[in-house]
Ligand binder design. Structure first.
Ligand code: BES
Ligand code: MN
Ligand code: ZN
Length: 495
């Protein structure tokens, strides 16, 4: 998808599809629509009436340009009254992608020529055309969809608008990469191929990349991580990427802040010996969505050359039922020395994360942030579209919430209830790894907290719901959503 800025007028822009957000049908209240109405000539108002188009929020109408304007078709999208926001700009772009059947090129009239609108419309176009087609063959592979989009602005040479376009493109592409990884079938997307993809992407975008194999993970002492891997025929991998900012000559410069992202990378979660029922297992290729978001954020940070040092640490394995699989009742020693009694082998994510967090904290980051499809309980608490945010620092939580607002992703802060910590006390080891049945996302977070060390500002994002969805919703298609990438980037930009 090519997105560019253009100063063409509404009537002169040549495109297969022109998208116009409409605030009011009265030309004196809505100048853009006024211009369209004038150009389309008599009969146009009759068409609007016949089709019942009243510019209500979300209403759309696609009409042919009939040579009255240069575009072949016009897509009118009701914005409702009120000042249009950057969200409206993104929605217009996504609507355009869905409405374009045979149209290849689009032109979008931005409600305002601001960097925020340009960025949102650009990420909207880039993510709006996304379809996962890797496993469709021959004529079954869809060919349709927009190939290019022009954003109509008042000055296409403005540096701030060009930067915004570039940022929107990078965030959109990073979300799409995360979606691809989540959608990848687990027989092909396994810890080894995930690590290869990370390595190739790191090389392409100039990040340092270290991949740890099983022997190296073992040598480091990550027994909890390895316990989860025991039942799998495929080796685990730990992936570590680093972005360091560079000056205009390409020399690495010192950053004021260091942020470390950690991601759960279960390429398949069968539940282990505590096997999941078939229906719940079906979606479990999505259990590496935290790793995908982590990777997407680090790559975007590097491509944007953000002035922050960014680390991405990913623990990747399958959770399977092989002869050597770990069992309920087993006890393992974590990287930081605490012994852990295994209760339910389906609570595997927190074990992998515990060792990765304990390793990451030694990097001494200013902020430690983990993404994980960790608990069904998070979805029970907040529904399937919102992620749980656990944080041990109020300012940090507020900053992350603000970034989510800007990025248009939904989180909700959840409590790290001290009261529930007792549920993790074990009879025979230092800790049990699951609590009782209630408050499952909270006890999971409390378990992780045991491994972040003293004084680390830490945020745990349980993205089990929004990382993978069963039908198209809002800006996302069915399947992997790339949830978390936009907020992570926005948080880094705000530092
Ligand atoms: N990967 C799952 C959580 C999950 C559920 C992600 C649904 C996405 C959609 C996780 O490993 C898991 O199985 N958690 C258990 C924990 C329980 C055994 C304490 C759960 O939520 O049931
Ligand atoms: Mn599980
Ligand atoms: Zn899992």
């Amino acid at each position: 998808m090519r997105v560019s800025l253009s100063t063409d007028s509404i009537t002169n822009t040549k495109a297969d599809l022109l998208i116009v957000g409409v605030r009011s049908l009265r030309g004196d209240r809505d100048k853009t629509f006024g211009a369209v109405k004038k150009a389309m000539g008599s009969g146009f108002e009759g068409v609007l009436k016949a089709e019942g188009f009243e510019a209500k929020s979300g209403q759309t109408l696609k009409v042919p340009g009939r040579g009255r304007i240069k575009a072949d078709f016009v897509l009118l999208v009701g914005l409702g009254s009120g000042t249009p926001t950057e969200r409206a700009a993104r929605k217009l772009a996504i609507r355009a992608c869905r409405a374009a059947k045979r149209q290849k090129s689009a032109a979008l009239v931005l409600p305002e020529s601001t960097p925020e609108m340009v960025r949102a419309a650009t990420d909207g176009f880039v993510t709006g055309v996304y379809r996962y087609t890797d496993y469709k063959t021959g004529s079954r592979r869809p060919k349709g969809g927009l190939k290019s989009a022009a954003l109509l602005v008042d000055d296409k040479k403005r540096g701030d608008l060009r930067d915004a376009l570039n940022a929107g493109k990078i965030v959109g592409e990073s979300m799409n990469l995360a979606r691809d990884l989540v959608n990848g079938p687990p027989n092909d997307l396994n810890p080894l191929t995930l690590a290869e993809t990370a390595k190739a992407q790191a090389k392409e975008h100039g990040l340092q990349c270290t991949i740890w194999n099983k022997a190296q993970i073992k040598k480091a002492g990550m027994e909890l991580f390895l316990a989860v891997n025991r039942g799998s025929a495929i080796e685990p991998r730990m992936i570590h990427l680093v972005h360091k900012p560079r000056d205009s000559k390409g020399k690495v410069v010192k950053a004021d802040k260091k942020v470390c992202f950690v991601g759960k990378g279960l390429t398949f979660d069968s539940g282990g010996l505590c096997l999941k029922p078939g229906k719940s297992m079906l979606d479990m290729k999505c259990d590496m969505a935290g790793a995908a978001a982590t990777l997407g954020i680090a790559l975007a940070a590097a491509r944007l050359n953000l002035p922050v040092e960014v680390h991405a640490v990913i623990g990747s394995t399958e959770n399977m039922t092989g002869a050597e699989a770990y069992r309920p009742g087993d006890v393992f020693t974590s990287l930081d020395g605490k012994t852990v009694e295994i209760i339910n082998t389906d609570a595997e994510g927190r074990l992998v994360l515990a060792d990765c967090l304990a390793w990451a904290r030694e990097l001494k980051p200013d902020y430690l942030i983990d993404h994980a499809t960790l608990t069904g309980a998070s979805m029970v608490a907040l529904g399937p579209r919102r992620a749980s945010l656990f944080c041990n620092d109020d300012d940090f939580a507020a900053a992350y919430g603000g970034a989510a607002e800007t990025a248009d992703e939904s989180f909700w802060r959840m409590p790290l209830d001290e009261d529930l910590r007792g549920m993790l006390d074990s009879h025979i080891a230092d800790l049990k790894h699951t609590g009782a049945s209630w408050g499952g996302s909270i006890t999971a977070a409390l378990f992780l907290r045991e491994f972040i060390g003293k004084g680390t500002k830490w945020c745990h994002l349980d993205i089990a719901g929004p990382a993978f969805i069963d039908r198209t919703h809002g800006r996302h298609p069915k399947g992997g959503t790339g949830f978390g990438v936009a907020t992570g980037v926005s948080f880094l930009e705000g530092l």
